[in-house]
Write a protein that binds this ligand. Structure first.
Ligand SMILES: O=C(O)c1ccccc1NCC(=O)[C@H](O)[C@H](O)COP(=O)(O)O
Length: 279
């Protein structure tokens, strides 16, 4: 039997936030404001640059807290963290903007982005085009689409209609993000989600090693799915990369792109820890 998990709780909260956002004005107005901004930074280009040099491409995360670990960092200064990441070779940033579960905010994204020249992923639970326009307006250069957030855990994985509906909804977010010049990171946890992710156009496929029911992270998740990612897509291993051995294991299997949060957030200087882990 499939049980509800933390993601379903977060999704329910997001639906309330989206309703409040919609009450403030129309999508057309938000979109026009977003279109008037200077173009986003090149998120995919920044990853490719590192890979072309034979270096790991690290998406360095800024998150104060998480549902699995509670508060990760008491002294939390997003601008200082962003500078440190930039000085120690990060390719891109990932900034949590969810307040309730991760202690994040749009302000943190703005502060981090203004303090460096790295492209920034808005790390949040995107379900609606309003959030995509809002992401650009806060400065995001990339958005996240979590495939599991579009699948009903109480409908069997084999329900064809539900899968088609999920793809339609995800494509709406992807096409608005692309129209606004942003990249899209599509995140999966298993093979069924990967099949849906490959229905989208984005080359960025994140494999999240965290089990959303138990919070356990297993790097095997990445290793099991890696062979099923076509060569025109870019695999990113996400969550649970904590030690140089973890990095070596992934690199040994040809993984070049990493999204890392906790290991950096717990360190006195997050950028120094990035250099130690990936040095
Ligand atoms: O981090 C959590 O506890 C969490 C719980 C439920 C949904 C998502 C969650 N994390 C989001 C992430 O994907 C991670 O912040 C990211 O991959 C970095 O992971 P880590 O290096 O393990 O902090």
């Amino acid at each position: 039997m499939i049980m509800a998990n933390i993601l379903q709780e977060i999704v329910a909260t997001k639906r309330q936030e989206i309703a409040a956002l919609k009450a403030q004005g129309s999508l057309a107005v938000l979109r026009r404001q977003a279109e008037a901004l200077p173009p986003p930074r090149d998120f995919i280009g920044a990853l490719r640059k590192k890979l072309a040099l034979g270096l790991p491409a690290v998406i360095a995360e800024i998150k104060k807290a998480s549902p699995s670990k509670g508060v990760l960092r008491e002294q939390f200064d997003p601008a200082a963290i962003a500078v440190s990441y930039g000085q120690h070779g990060a390719a891109c940033l990932s900034v949590l903007t969810d307040q309730q579960y991760f202690g994040g905010s749009a302000e943190y994204l703005k502060q981090a982005r203004s303090a460096c020249d790295l492209p920034v992923l808005r790390k949040d639970f995107m379900l609606d085009e309003y959030q995509v326009a809002e992401a650009r307006l806060m400065g995001a250069d990339c958005i996240l689409i979590i495939v599991a957030a579009f699948r009903d855990p109480f409908i069997s994985a084999g329900s064809h209609r539900q899968q088609e509906e999920a793809v339609v909804e995800m494509r709406k977010l992807e096409s608005l993000a692309h129209a606004l010049g942003m990249a899209v990171l599509v995140e999966v946890h298993d093979g069924a989600e990967l099949e849906l992710a490959l229905e989208l156009a984005s080359p960025l496929i994140g494999i999240n090693n965290r089990n959303l029911h138990t919070f356990e992270t297993r790097l095997d998740t990445t290793l099991h799915l890696l062979d099923r990612i076509p060569p025109d897509r870019m695999a990113i291993t996400e969550s649970g990369v904590l030690t140089p051995d973890d990095v070596a294991l992934m690199r040994g299997h040809g993984v070049g792109i990493f999204l890392v949060g906790e290991a950096f957030m717990r360190a006195p200087d997050p950028g120094t820890e990035l250099a130690r882990l990936f040095g």
